[in-house]
Design a protein. Sequence first.
Length: 73
Amino acid sequence: MEQTFNFAMALKAFAYPVTVAFAAWAISMLGINSGKNIARQPEAGGTIQTVFILGAAFIEALTLLSFVLNLIG
């Protein structure tokens, strides 16, 4: 019985870990820049924090969508 290499399955094995790595990087960059902006303008801290939480939520939602699509596909 000959075994063949399935390129699609190999890509699928790396798709979600790469997505998680980029999501972690994006959220960390969002946090770094939010911290810098709050330090620069403390009076705008509440607005900046709201934008940070929304951005992190969208990134996490896309990461979860990637996980679900990886399981389905």
